[in-house]
Design a protein around this ligand. Structure first.
Ligand code: NAD
Length: 281
């Protein structure tokens, strides 16, 4: 928990683009200092310089969340720049699309490493600091795909369910110690998440089947995605209210409820979006 954001320090992973940049800009507007952790050097330098020139107190730290020593170095550089950390946003994430039958061990390795272990490393490195100071807030970016499931994005769904689960456990452990935890579960936000392959360094390209799945997702995110500032506004609100669940779309809880209804009824998984669109009872 934290009484004010003004003059405090935030660490944001994936900070130089998409939702992470939205967090960064909103935190700056709240009067915070921000440590921008990012894997892509050029984008990081560009965004950190732009914000700094506009008067923001930011530091860019090249970080690979898959690597625990890189995340430990991020903590050390944060402490040497600003002396403390109050809000930690474990936000970096990647997506692959396509059937699970076609997913390769390398697909699993990459998405699990970034989406689950990236968050886990942020927790291991920063939670002890926040507990020691008796205040602070951790925000883990999961997804609506962490509450419901869909076909052809199963690898991503699996990792986001893990982020929801670990975040709930973390809340139980940290909240009694004065540290808040929030779990952001966005629906579509207009970012480059469906161009995640740009951050993949194992030489695996996008398979034709995956490209075919990604094309409509890219169209949908561009046509209907909310701006990253919507996610940032929801997160700042949740930190202030010490609230765990953070949604960007008001229908998300009802989708989760539809899944629980299936479980309660002992039914096989139905399409969570069918009820929303009025296509099923
Ligand atoms: N955009 C959406 O509709 C949406 C919906 C639900 C959840 N999310 C989640 O939001 C988070 C942010 O994604 P986004 O939508 O802004 O997409 P994005 O692709 O714009 O941002 C993801 C960021 O993660 C960074 N990243 C990737 N691998 C990394 C690594 N190994 N180490 C450090 N940083 C790394 C990328 O550089 C990128 O800036 C992700 O966790 C994503 O799964 C997005």
């Amino acid at each position: 928990m934290i009484d004010t954001l003004n003059t405090r320090t935030a660490v944001v992973t994936g900070a130089a683009g998409g939702i992470g940049l939205g967090f960064t800009e909103r935190f700056i507007a709240e009067g915070m200092r921000v440590v921008m952790a990012h894997i892509a050097e050029v984008a990081l330098a560009r965004e950190a310089t732009r914000l700094e020139s506009a008067g923001a107190d930011v530091v860019g730290v090249l970080t690979d969340v898959r690597d625990p020593s890189s995340v430990a170095a991020l903590r050390d550089q944060t402490l040497s720049a600003f002396g403390a950390v109050h809000v930690v946003c474990n936000n970096a994430g990647v997506a692959v699309a396509g059937s699970m039958a076609e997913a390769t061990p390398a697909d699993w390795r990459w998405v699990v490493d970034v989406n689950i272990l990236g968050v886990a490393h942020g927790v291991s490195v920063f939670a002890p600091l926040l507990v020691e100071q008796g205040e602070g807030h951790i925000v883990n970016t999961a997804s609506e795909a962490g509450l419901v499931t869909n076909d052809f994005i199963g690898v991503y769904c699996a990792t986001k369910h893990a982020v929801v689960g670990l975040s709930e456990s973390l809340w139980r452990e940290l909240h009694p110690k004065g540290v808040g935890v929030s779990c952001l579960c966005p629906n579509l936000i207009n970012t480059r998440i469906f161009e995640s392959e740009r951050n993949r360094d194992d030489g695996a390209g996008v398979r034709p089947e995956e490209a075919a799945m990604l094309a409509p997702l890219r169209e949908a995110i561009e046509a209907t995605g909310l701006p990253p500032s919507a996610a940032a506004d929801a997160v700042v609100d949740a930190i202030g209210a010490d609230r765990f669940w953070v949604f960007t779309h008001e229908f998300t809880p009802s989708l989760a409820e539809a899944r629980i209804d299936d479980i309660n009824a002992g039914r096989n998984p139905t399409d969570p979006y069918a009820a929303l669109l009025g296509g099923a009872d």
